[in-house]
Design a binder for this molecule. Structure first.
Ligand SMILES: [Zn+2]
Length: 150
């Protein structure tokens, strides 16, 4: 299935990265499109402590990648890994956990994510990338312990 193509970024071409990740790692036909875009603010958060680099929109079957990542020094392998992570959401759906909490990154999800080569190293990269972006943007957010993609 073809994804709707996304306006190209200046440095990273999301549509072609998505196609590559899909064909390399998924045998099933995944319905997914991709675009540059921000994730919505979490309403209760008072202060921005991080950037959500990637998000999966189940209803639209769409990945959004934060435009702050469209920088020449952001490694393509990092963006590919985020795309892979978001595609895992299309396969390993959220579960209703104990009580009323919805589990998104449950053990099955993590097992799938960990199939990606070098996933631990790539996941760990997000902190340095966030630090460098925040330095470049001279913005007020501090580096918290929040996940940088979800
Ligand atoms: Zn996630």
């Amino acid at each position: 299935m073809r994804s709707k193509s996304c306006p190209p970024g200046t440095y990273h071409q999301l549509s072609s990265l998505l196609e590559e990740v899909k064909s390399e790692f998924f045998t099933e036909e995944l319905e997914a499109s991709i675009m540059w875009g921000r994730a919505p603010r979490r309403t209760r958060r008072r202060k921005r402590t991080s950037i959500v680099f990637g998000s999966w929109w189940e209803q639209q079957k769409r990945i959004r990648i934060h435009p702050a990542l469209d920088r020449p020094w952001v490694p393509e392998e990092f963006i590919r890994f985020i795309i892979y992570h978001e595609l895992c959401h299309a396969v390993a759906k959220p579960k209703q956990g104990q009580g009323r909490k919805r589990q998104v990154h449950h053990p099955e999800f993590k097992a799938l994510e960990n199939r990606y080569p070098d996933s631990a190293r790539l996941r760990a990269m997000s902190r340095d990338i966030l630090a460098r972006i925040s330095k470049e943007e001279m913005s007020a957010f501090s580096i918290g312990r929040r996940h940088t993609f979800r």
